[in-house]
Design a protein around this ligand. Structure first.
Ligand code: GDP
Length: 327
């Protein structure tokens, strides 16, 4: 005996009344793949949109073990103590690849579970990154309509997940470990370019000196990069998520960023650019999946692949043939 599903109207009312159960149900609705749910989910998003856009959206990334959950726990607690309401969402590419999860473990962030100001939603396991990205984008809107002041989106440094998160947040925080090892191993260059701040976590006890070395290394490395379009220079800070040190410094940094980029209008330009990006992405994804799902295309594709194998066509010529097909 399933409980009757709430209508979009009731869900919307619940969200506006900051009812967490309504918010959870709404996210489940937008995660649903059932065609019958799609229309309801669009109705709900549309209703929420005029009430969205008012939070600060923060992306947090770093390798497993760097201390993301410990950091988010301290950070959200710090904000909650100031009366701020914080939503934590996750994009976990591992769940798409292995059906397992690096981020979605229920015991994580235990201290936040009982905090009334904090809402935590792990990413839906087993979904492709594109699907998780869409639902996370829409979950941001729902959370904003539910009055959350800060939205944190967590991800790990796997595949495209960082780029995905970067394209939906205002501020992107990269957590790193103490030690110079990273610089020698070479880190993904693009990630440094995306970061609005780097925090060397675990800057405590025996790690403190190593953390300071890493801080200097990153500062030096950042000098090689041109200044961001935002007019913002990426700072490198130390923190200890475990000891609750430096958390306030990072929050103040984010407030500074919002201040600077609001003054020069970059903040809203970036959000608009992100919306345009997601519009194009969504169309491209839809067209591509429609295209490849057609049996006629699959058949013709197989033929072209055969020709390709026998060296009778080039990838580009084959693509032209396929794109000219009417279906
Ligand atoms: P995640 O995989 O990035 O989410 O990392 P976790 O938050 O699970 O932390 C991994 C390990 O590092 C845990 O054992 C934490 O207790 C520890 N840890 C996290 N932050 C700190 C810190 O600031 N200092 C120290 N010394 N350990 C930390």
């Amino acid at each position: 005996n399933k409980k009757a599903k709430a209508s979009p109207k009731n869900l919307f009312q619940g969200i506006r009344n900051q009812n967490i159960s309504a918010l959870s149900q709404s996210i489940t609705l937008i995660e649903s793949h059932k065609p019958s749910d799609t229309e309801q989910s669009s109705t709900l998003i549309k209703a929420c949109l005029p009430h969205a856009n008012k939070s600060i959206r923060i992306g947090i990334t770093g390798v497993p073990g760097v201390g993301k959950s410990t950091f988010i726990e301290s950070f959200a607690k710090f904000l909650s103590d100031q009366g701020k309401r914080v939503a934590v969402l996750a994009i976990d590419p591992s769940s798409a690849i292995t059906k397992g999860s690096i981020l979605g473990d229920k015991t994580r962030m235990a201290a936040l579970v009982s905090d009334k100001n904090v809402f935590i939603r792990p990413s839906a396991a087993g979904k492709a990154l594109g699907g998780v990205a869409r639902t996370t984008r829409e979950s941001i809107i729902l959370c904003e309509a539910a009055g959350f002041d800060v939205i944190i989106i967590e991800t790990v440094g796997v595949g495209q997940s960082e780029t995905t998160v970067h394209s939906m947040v205002d501020f992107f925080l990269l957590l790193k470990l103490p030690g110079a090892g990273d610089m020698l191993q070479g880190i993904k260059r693009g990630i440094i370019e995306m970061a609005d701040a780097i925090a060397i976590n675990k800057a405590d006890g025996d790690h403190l000196n190593q953390a300071k070395i890493a801080q200097t290394d990153f500062k030096n490395a950042l000098h090689l990069y041109p200044k961001n379009q935002s007019g913002w220079q990426t700072p490198v800070k130390l923190c200890s998520a475990l000891k609750n040190e430096g958390i306030d410094v990072i929050w103040n940094l984010i407030l500074d960023y919002v201040h600077v980029t609001t003054a020069n209008n970059y903040f809203s330009i970036k959000r608009l650019e992100q919306n345009k990006y997601w519009l194009i992405q969504t169309i491209a994804n839809k067209l591509s999946s429609n295209f490849f799902s057609k049996p006629e295309i699959q058949e013709a594709l197989n033929q072209q692949i055969e020709l390709l194998e026998r060296n009778r066509t080039s990838p580009f010529a084959a693509a032209e043939v396929l794109l000219k097909l009417k279906f």
